[in-house]
Structures are given as C-alpha cells and as structure tokens.
Ligand binder design. Structure first.
Ligand code: ZN
Ligand code: ZN
Length: 331
C-alpha cells in the first residue's frame, strides 16, 4: 500500500487535514499586503547575543548529550559518542544567489573550520535556509568519512556536491550508526528550490537515540497530530529541538511553520506520549529564529512568546533552553 504522504507522479504531500499549502495566489496576496500594510518594527541585530561554544573536543562521552546552537536550524549534537550536524548552513545568505535573499543577522556560532570531526550530517529538507550548496561542498571536502542522512529524493543533490555516503530514508524508517539509532520522522511542510520542483523531494525531522539519551530534531513543521506518535516510536526524548520562528502572517504560514504557542503544544504532545522515566524532565530547545529574517514577525518576538506560552502551560522555566548563538548545553 502506498503511504499517505506519497502522492502521484513521485511527489509528496502532507497527510493531515490541515496540511494543505497556500497556492501561488496566496504568495501574491502576502507580498501585496506587505506593500500596503505597515509591518512591525524590527530590532537592531545587536540585540542577539553570541557566546563562545563549549562543546566537547573531539567527542563527548557516550552517556552525555552536548547541544550547541550554530544558528537557525543548524546544531552540533554530540550524542552516543558521535558528532552530528543538523541542517548545516554557514553561508552569509539563505538564498540561491550570493547577492540577494535573507542575510544572516548573527554569524555562525561555530566557525566551520573549528568544528570537531563530523560523523553524521542530517538534512530535513531542501529549502535554502536548511540545505546550503556552499556548506555542503565544504563539509563534503573536509569530512569525506561523514554519513549523510536525508529524506527521500535528496541523495542526488548531495552526491553531486561530493558527499560519499548518503542514505535516503522515508518517514518512520531508521538506521543504526555506531550504536546510535537515527529515525526519520514525519513533518508538516513542503519542499522546493526552484520552479516546478515543489514537493518532488520529501521533508522530515530526525530522532536520535543512544543507549543513554534520546533527542528529537523537528526540522521545519507546522502543527500536526503525529507528535505523540513520534515520541511513542522513538522516545521518550530528553530534549526536543522545535522551530518557533517564521510564523507571520499566520493565514499563510500556519500549515508549514509552528508559532511559539504551537511549538509548546507540540512539546506537550511529545512529553504526554512518552515522559522520561527517571532523572530530569525533558527540555525544549527553540530553533529557527534570530538568524535569518524569513517572514513578517519581529525577529526578537519568538523567544518572548515561547517563554509566555511555556509559563502559561505551567512548565518550569529552567526546562526551556533558549540558547544564544554558539551556546552549548549538556544533558
Ligand atoms: Zn522549509
Ligand atoms: Zn526553514
């Protein structure tokens, strides 16, 4: 039987009732609104802190997880003795061209040449703020032994840029890498890099499970009913990395990007399904904010709103890890 997220002619789709995307007329309406309606004021980029990273060199011990935020959806995750990068983007712009497109507000939290040896690179989907041509080429050259794990349809892109070991997975598939199980999880989003390629490659999140710790990286996603099923299958998670930015205007972004309140709800769904049995409660690490301005909300609004929603849900503030660019924390 064909899975419900596989559509006709080799394309993919969101299988949930609220997962339908805006049509092209919606893109036009958004851009027109931007010309006619006043947009909220933006902060000065200097409001965003950067700190010196404190990740383990060359690797963390197998029973620890060290999470370092490079910026946007790029993390260095040290788990089960492996060094893992998520959606690595080191370029100045998240764009097909170097002279235009969203520019970085904050430099990468770790210089590319200062990374420890990389064992695994995880890609969630092909949007420019998650899959960067120049970064892929440099990483493939610097780290010829790295394994690249990608959702269906993305392997040719990576192989063409020098990646040697590339594995494509479908939602719910998993692969063991040196004692760490890495699972491909559903997400409500879409893919495209140019004209006519919409939804020809899949989008996903990733779950990582060592013997001691489990971490969930959501990729780009709107709110959908399967967060509990993800925790059931791959949890319980001690940390959930969830996107909180790029949500305005809501009528346009809702199917594809969580807002801060929905991100907290997704976290509660994950924890309600499988709560860590012992030790600390799970932590949420917000991402996909503060690095590239993609949408209309003020760049400094997502962390304020996520903290408010977190408190309103009665969750302990020390379990909301709002990281500065470059900040490392250990689980
Ligand atoms: Zn995206
Ligand atoms: Zn994105």
């Amino acid at each position: 039987m064909t899975p419900s997220h596989h559509a006709a002619a080799g394309r993919f789709r969101n299988p949930w009732p609220n997962g339908a995307l805006q049509r092209f007329s919606g893109v036009l309406r958004w851009q027109l609104d931007r010309l006619t309606k006043p947009l909220p004021a933006q902060p000065d980029p200097s409001v965003f802190r950067s700190v010196t990273p404190a990740f383990a060199r060359p690797r963390a011990s197998e029973d620890r997880v060290v999470i370092t935020w490079v910026g946007h959806a790029s993390f260095l995750l040290q788990i089960g003795g492996l060094n893992v990068l998520t959606d690595p983007v080191w370029s100045e712009r998240a764009s097909p061209v170097a002279f235009a497109g969203p520019r970085r507000w904050v430099p990468p939290g770790i210089a590319l040449d200062a990374l420890p040896p990389i064992d695994v690179v995880l890609i969630s989907h092909n949007h420019y703020d998650h899959l960067d041509d120049a970064t892929v080429r440099r990483l493939a050259a610097n780290e010829p032994g790295a394994r690249w794990m990608v959702p269906l349809g993305l392997a040719p892109f990576l192989r063409a840029r020098g990646a040697r070991q590339v594995l494509e997975l479908d939602w719910w598939q998993e692969k063991g890498v040196d004692g760490v199980v890495i699972g491909c999880t559903p997400a409500q989003h879409f893919s495209a890099r140019g004209f006519g390629d919409r939804n020809r490659t899949l989008w996903c999140g990733w779950a990582l499970a060592s013997v001691a710790r489990r971490v969930y990286f959501a990729g780009d996603t709107g709110y959908h009913p399967s967060f509990g099923a993800i925790a059931d299958r791959f949890g319980p998670f001690q940390a959930a990395l969830l996107p909180i930015g790029a949500y305005e205007p809501r009528w346009f972004m809702r199917p594809v990007h969580l807002n801060p309140e929905e991100a907290v709800q997704a976290f509660r769904d994950l924890v309600a399904a499988r709560r860590p049995a012992t030790g600390r409660p799970a932590v949420m690490v917000p991402m996909h904010w503060g690095t590239f301005k993609l949408t209309d909300e003020p760049m400094d609004e997502p962390p304020v709103r996520v903290a408010r929603a977190w408190g309103a849900a009665g969750l302990a503030l020390e379990d909301l890890w709002v990281l500065a660019h470059g900040e490392s924390r250990t689980l």
